[in-house]
Design a protein around this ligand. Structure first.
Ligand SMILES: Cc1cc2nc3c(=O)[nH]c(=O)nc-3n(C[C@H](O)[C@H](O)[C@H](O)COP(=O)(O)OP(=O)(O)OC[C@H]3O[C@@H](n4cnc5c(N)ncnc54)[C@H](O)[C@@H]3O)c2cc1C
Length: 459
């Protein structure tokens, strides 16, 4: 057996899993870290170079290591003055540009490579397209035609980009904002989605010289709320009764917020207090209630739970006040593509006549894609072969508490991060993933400890 564990994807999840694996795996085990994008360590979230794209979490919550909460703040504080210009310190906390966070992660990875040397951490700059089961593990295949023999793999493919909706040849990808610079500066642009990706897209459009009108559309037209100073609030004491249905749980949380308000506290204190138990709440709710949450409550939860950094929220508020951005609740009825743009017919949510907007471009800010919509060849093949299966809601992959994929053909495949959304729900942000990375590495190490390659080394 080749004593190698592959990690597919080198965003935050994969990079941290790889670093923890290096410390946890017995020698001679090594790690093959595979990334298809231009750089290692940054992933979709921290690959941006726009200074206006700030972290959505305070720097104090963004340490890469669960046992060193000050690690990122100390790294920021040690930066030369010239590199600190984008960092915003305010009463609600300190918010750093996401590009700086990407640099922090890339540095951690470089330190890992330097400390361990090439034989133990091998970086593969290629997309993984298949993991073919072989006698004692998998043959990992890449787009570039390479094949590596590995004993197991951690899938850290993170945030799946959507299927490319809305269907229009004028669709613009918010993750490739270079195209924004080619827009006519004055003709309207439609952004589909009104969450944090919309906030980024508006900043990118303005940052690239677009001065025209922006219309942002989503079913409910809700925009993310803003971070404010918070104080610890006790974790609500929930009874089994409260978890019997979504209605009861919502009522109970609303009552907790009302209690907090009477005590002069902010709703954010209560939402933040729920954070450590969200996974437990998710798993405790009956399946149909979880499905109801996804259908009806999720947009409301998202705008309260995933808040914008104050400067980002202020920029959106100023855009709206100046009439440069209008946020609409409604849905797209039709898109008619023309040579210089699309005529988009919108039905308002709260009645009124349908409206047709002439947009030169349509930014798809609908957010993270679902597993059953992904065109990713690796995921599709794993599912087809019964080595992986979507979770009950099609958001990510089905996995157990040990992060191992639940599939028809069980194997040595683990996952972490956003691919666990349907299983854990609260698993997409750094404070969740950093613990998962340490845990999954320890579990993989325990598993390989009993395998022939480890035993060979021990004798
Ligand atoms: C725009 C944005 C902003 C965010 N801001 C914050 C924030 O401020 N704070 C916070 O805590 N969380 C934030 N998040 C949440 C984010 O999910 C996590 O912080 C974290 O970045 C997730 O990392 P990841 O590695 O799981 O996913 P990703 O960042 O999506 O990385 C996955 C990587 O896998 C690679 N990959 C995928 N498939 C393959 C393949 N087949 N072969 C090889 N490579 C592959 C991709 O190229 C990518 O680099 C943000 C998310 C987004 C999308």
């Amino acid at each position: 057996m080749n004593p190698v564990i592959a990690v597919v994807g080198a965003g935050f999840s994969g990079s941290m899993a790889a670093l923890h694996l290096l410390s946890a795996l017995p020698r001679p085990w090594s790690v093959l870290l595979c990334e298809r994008a231009g750089s290692f360590g940054r992933g979709l979230a921290y690959g941006t170079d726009a200074p206006a794209h700030l972290l959505n979490l305070r720097a104090a919550n963004m340490s890469a290591y669960p046992d060193q909460p000050e690690h990122f703040s100390a790294w920021l504080a040690a930066l030369p003055e010239d590199d600190r210009s984008g960092i915003v310190a305010m009463p609600a906390g300190t918010f750093a540009p996401r590009a700086l966070y990407g640099r922090y992660l890339a540095e951690l990875l470089t330190q890992g490579v330097v400390a361990e040397g090439a034989p133990r951490l091998h970086l593969v700059h290629d997309a993984v397209t298949d993991l073919v089961p072989v006698a004692d593990g998998y043959s990992l295949r890449t787009e570039g035609g390479a094949a590596y023999s590995v004993a197991g793999a951690v899938l850290a493919m993170g945030n799946l980009t959507g299927p490319g909706a809305p269907p229009s040849r004028h669709r613009l990808d918010p993750w490739r904002p270079e195209a924004f610079g080619r827009l006519h500066p004055d003709r309207p642009v439609l952004v589909v989605g009104t969450g944090l990706t919309m906030v980024d897209a508006v900043a990118s459009l303005r940052g690239r010289g677009f001065s025209g009108r922006i219309v942002a559309l989503s079913r409910r037209g809700l925009v993310p709320s803003v971070h404010a100073p918070t104080r610890p609030w006790p974790v609500p004491d929930l009874r089994a009764d409260d978890l019997a249905s979504l209605t009861r749980l919502t009522r109970r949380i609303r009552a907790e917020i009302a209690t907090a308000r009477r005590a002069g506290r902010d709703w954010r204190d209560v939402i933040d207090a729920l954070r450590p138990i969200i996974g437990y709440l998710w798993r405790s709710l009956p399946g149909p209630e979880r499905a109801r949450f996804l259908r009806h409550l999720r947009p409301f939860w998202d705008v309260h739970r995933h808040r914008a950094a104050p400067p980002a929220a202020a920029a959106i508020a100023a855009e709206i006040a100046a009439g440069r951005l209008s946020v609409r609740a409604g849905r797209i009825l039709a898109i008619a593509d023309g040579p210089g743009g699309a005529a988009v017919t919108i039905r308002p949510r709260h009645g009124g006549a349908d409206e047709t907007l002439a947009a030169q471009g349509i930014v798809d800010a609908t957010g993270i894609g679902r597993i059953d919509e992904t065109g990713d060849p690796l995921l599709r093949r794993l599912v087809l072969r019964g080595l992986a299966r979507p979770d009950a809601f099609g958001l990510g992959l089905a996995a157990g508490d040990d992060y191992r994929l639940r599939a028809t053909r069980p194997g040595r495949l683990w996952t972490l991060g956003p691919l666990l959304r349907g299983t854990l729900w609260e698993c997409v942000a750094v404070p969740d993933i950093r613990s998962q990375a340490a845990e999954v590495a320890a579990l993989v190490a325990t598993e390989v400890d009993g395998l022939p390659a480890a035993r060979r080394q021990a004798v």
